[in-house]
Design a protein around this ligand. Sequence first.
Ligand SMILES: *Cc1c(COP(=O)(O)O)cnc(C)c1O
Length: 477
Amino acid sequence: MPDPTLDPADWGALRDAAHDLLDRSLDRLQSARDGRVWTPLPDGMKAGLKAGLPAEGMQHFELAERLASLLPYGVGNTHPRFFGWVHGAGNPGGVLAEIVAAAMNANLGGRDHGAIYVEKQVLDWCRAMMGFPADSGGLIVSGTSMATIIALKAARDARIGPESRTKGAGGVRLTGYASAQAHSCVARAFDMLGLGSDALRIVPCLEDFTMDLRALRGMIAEDTRSGLTPFALIGTAGSVNLGAIDDLSGLADIAANKGLWFHVDGAFGATAILSDRVRPRLKGMERADSLAFDFHKWLHVNYDAGCVLIRDRDAHLRAFSERPDYLAPSARGLAAGNPWPVDFGPELSRGFRALKIWAHLLEHGTDKLGAAITRNVEQAAWLGAKIDDTPGLELLAPATLNIVCFRYTADGTADPDALNEAIVIALQESGTAAPSTTRINGKLAIRVNLTNHRTTRPDLDLLLSEVLRLGGELGTQ
Ligand SMILES: *Cc1c(COP(=O)(O)O)cnc(C)c1O
């Protein structure tokens, strides 16, 4: 009978494999600029990932090869010419924290141990960064989607009282409000909370893609007249399409006036509070009842890492705290240190995400992280101006934050939507650059998102020259 423990029979072999993998992982990151942006997984490797469930294990050196073979096939967001969606570019130092997190194997659902104090420290830093009170509630989560569900659960329960946890929303028909540019995770949270996504009213935007506050007031009044119960107002600090920032002070005023819970989706935009250039535009965010934001986007902590802050800590606790006998708190021993993270969210067992955030902030400090954000904002402004000046290219909206939407328009293009989509796909498949697409006022756009600390001006020059070349080439086919 072999030794049933999972510890290695040969620790030396594990160490050799670990040192080798560490070097290969760092090599990969050190050469992040080299080679293709996106490299699709080769067919042979796809086939290899349809193997049967292994009944027998393998040696560490063999496992290390299998692991290392995956290194080139990420989404491409570590490359300076990845411009798609809103992805952070990651950070080599993050490898260090992941090593320690794996070795500790800590469960952050609760209890009194070192990892919990690191998460508490990180949350205190989040409150300080975002201008939230020192006694507000908070939790480190997978990302803004989860943060939004937690925040709106607290909002729902605060509005209809603790019975909502056992009886559901009952006869109360709650409605919430977000702009037409709000992220889909808000409607999904309404769906998951049993409110129905139709209960999220979509408020039209002004020409600058921010919420029309006059329309908002009208919609709240009309819903109230028809017997509905408005309860939440969701502001966007940095929309996915164009980086639009709602008038957060104006929204905070309306929420205070109408007794609504004011939630801000600041997935990437909230962290721009570290940039001297952007900070003034986020005024009003510090008045939110709850704030959802990510560390894995514009702060470049390796995936995944987000945060929810809830001003009224008791409201946060009332929405989630529930402790059966086997999780009973105590004043001393391992079950001390209450409340626990499980009292602030739906998950019990939780990994040590806070460690990589803590290490990232210690390694870089907020000044440098803010400067990287400022550089992206300057790059977007420069790119927008350059597009405006380039015959054959059309800027589809002013570049006010970090996102530039434009398209190739040469005379006689029969179907500009199809052509620009083809240009984006060709760029991605060629490995040269990876923008994504969206629609701005109905027009298909080449969308360039700059949340990348590795991007430089020559990368943007190359992008534009390739768009012009491909536009000419594909447009005449
Ligand atoms: C990315 C994003 C989200 C969703 O955040 P995840 O971390 O992907 O769950 C929500 N809102 C905005 C504005 C985003 O950019």
